[in-house]
Ligand binder design. Structure first.
Ligand code: CP
Ligand code: NVA
Length: 315
């Protein structure tokens, strides 16, 4: 495959199945090197800017620790502290940051902010979550699924709850890898139609499939992976009461998990609200892989940074 150097990572749509597969392979290799205490510092002297307009534990810490482990350094840039928060344009910010840094990771509300930044920056821009997508999470999720299930092709992933950024990126990423994706959401909280159409097209090209339903029981049958996310995402706090009511029947509990395959794994991007979208019994039970999944953010994003910022991937 072509080198991924200098590419932006704005949505998984822009990457082929082979490119994603090679990122997962590199992630597994870097994970092993880390576990064995072997040196892996291909990004010596490189600097990653990390722009945050929303809260974060995993994304912030895994990117900062990851770039450091690779020999580089990360700069945490809260949008409230930089001039972007006082109205400096995205275009100007992109040009300035490009003259100092080697890549920019950004977590923000609008997908168009990431796209604008990518358009005006001469260095790679990585999407660290928007209202529409969370591709870094899905890269780590695919790595986790691979570790537990081997081949991704033909696996069935069922996502329950809000048709949000996670649902969108899971549909795209999993369909790319030839998986079957079931989304069970209330009618008003389905994934966006235009993204569903794109995911269906991607599924068709890669022998995957997409099913959108309101029927939770139907969705979980034969699933290898049960996935959920919070009912109220960052920025939607005003709608919390309404959402809590509407999503009640979409909670992942022990009963529901039993209807998936006996060896199904439970996943959640975290942070979780125990007792809301998932019961304590499920998230802290023996089918849950949420902490490995969170750890894999580190390894997957290290692979991504090496691929976009390094000089020798793939060889
Ligand atoms: N899953 C995830 O992105 O977590 P943070 O919001 O803590 O970064
Ligand atoms: N859907 C959640 C994911 C958090 C990682 C949110 O956007 O807040």
């Amino acid at each position: 495959i072509e080198s991924l150097k200098d590419r932006d990572f704005v949505t998984l749509k822009d990457f082929t199945k082979q490119e994603i597969a090679s990122l997962l392979e590199l992630a597994a290799k870097l994970k092993q090197q880390k576990k064995q205490g072997l040196p892996h510092q291909p990004l010596q002297g490189k600097t990653l800017g990390m722009v945050f307009e929303k809260s974060s534990t995993r994304t912030r810490v895994s990117f900062e620790a990851g770039i450091y482990q690779l020999g580089g350094v990360g700069l945490f840039l809260n949008t409230q502290d930089i001039q972007l928060g006082r109205g400096e344009t995205i275009a100007d910010t992109a040009k300035i940051l490009s003259s100092y840094l080697d890549a920019i990771m950004i977590r923000t509300f609008n997908q168009s902010t990431v796209e604008q930044l990518a358009k005006h920056a001469s260095i790679p821009v990585i999407n660290g979550l928007t209202d529409l997508y969370h591709p870094c999470q899905v890269l780590a999720d695919l790595l986790t699924m691979k570790e537990h299930k081997g081949n991704l092709e033909g696996l069935t992933l069922t996502y329950l709850g809000d048709g949000n950024n996670m649902a969108h990126s899971l549909m795209i990423g999993s369909a790319k890898m030839g998986m079957n994706v079931h989304i069970a959401s209330p009618e008003e909280y389905k994934p966006l139609p235009e993204i569903t159409i794109q995911a269906e097209q991607i599924a068709k090209e890669n022998d995957g499939s997409i099913m959108i339903t309101q029927d939770v029981e139907k969705a979980v049958q034969n699933s290898d992976i049960i996935y959920t996310d919070v009912w109220t995402s960052m920025g939607q706090e005003d709608e919390q009461a309404k959402r809590t009511e509407i999503f009640q029947t979409y909670r992942v509990n022990e009963e529901l998990l039993k209807q998936a395959k006996p060896d199904a794994i439970f996943m959640h991007c975290l942070p979780a609200h125990r007792g809301e979208e998932v019961t304590t019994g499920v998230i802290d039970g023996n089918q849950s892989v949420v902490f490995e999944e969170a750890e894999n953010r580190l390894h997957a994003q290290k692979a991504l940074m090496v691929a976009l910022m390094g000089n020798s991937f793939p060889q």
